[in-house]
Design a protein around this ligand. Sequence first.
Ligand code: PLP
Length: 399
Amino acid sequence: MTDAFEKIRNAEEQLLCRSYSRYPIAVASGQGSRLWDVDGKEYTDLLAGIAVTSLGHCNPELNETLARQAGILWQVSNLFYQEPQLELARALLSTTHHAKAFFCNSGAEANEACIKLARRYMRKVKKRDAFEIITLEGCFHGRTLGTLAATGRASLSDGFTPLPEGFRLVPPEDLDAMAAAITPDTAAVLVECVQGEAGVKPLNHDYLRGVEKLCRINDILFMCDEVQCGLCRTGKFWGFQQAGLAPDAISVAKGLANGLPMGAMLATDEMARGFEAGSHATTFGGGALVSAVATRVIEIMKRDNLAGRAAELGAETMARLDEIRLQFPDKIREIRGQGLMIGIELAFEARNLWLKLIQAGFVCSLTHGYTLRLLPALNIDREDLHKFCDALKLMLAEG
Ligand SMILES: *Cc1c(COP(=O)(O)O)cnc(C)c1O
């Protein structure tokens, strides 16, 4: 640990609420898929701010849009009409079957919007007092009280109870359990097609289609949390498109404005009838500055076919990782993922390996102690992924 790092760590101890356990890096700057720490050490970033800077750090095209919009208008609240929010809605809705957007500022808020709209749609449009939201074990939907209840993991809600009622957790990949959980109280099912925080667990497509079908049969809503697996990450624009689904609503955030806080809920025309003027609101949501940047993000993703690139680079990287797994079958338990959302599950507690990778200049995340998670920028150089594979292989060979 260097002096510069120690100084920052000590200052943080004094100044910030202790709510994070940080990686041992103090980041000073970034460019593309490179990060530099306060001592000038360079890293290859395979995490992209947890699937946020999907177009790379300080992307010059986004910087240009940011600077241009910064001189025109930043934010006026949702009391006013403004074009940039509409342009973003048009751009986003051109990628999906949804017809209406609601903008907010984070993934948790996007899920809150989905949950609130689902309940209100049932009460006001369907005239049914259905409120319960069914979610899947292993899911992650956010840290507000409502999304904590949806996430249903005791370790995350320790000390925060009581949580809001009206959520029910079922095991994934079990259609009978899902069918049994649906009651007249059920308003919607909310799923992540690829469970990110669980350590990159793609759900079986037949299972997902089965869940959607159960929702249709029971006349309840089907919703997908696309906060991590959306926006080209899995190799299609949206994760749900991989399984040919048509959710009534999706939540979006993380990569939407490449690092500016932004979230969205996209809903069908029918489901959107659940809101009326005054039903739901947020001061910052869809501000002109973030909207302009997010619109450019969507344009670039489409122009450069970053979904296709994620599919191709992801398949190539997973094939290489699988080769390495076959060379070290006692060390790598499983390679999982879809597109550029990849989990490497080790057969041993992986903290030391993960620290060695950081020392060697590779940043990825360590999830639940055993899984290395890669969520690189979608425009990362192919070479960077191969260099990571080389480094991993070398470290596994060394012991
Ligand atoms: C990160 C994440 C969230 C929460 O997003 P925040 O912006 O941190 O509120 C919700 N769902 C999924 C799938 C996520 O990965």
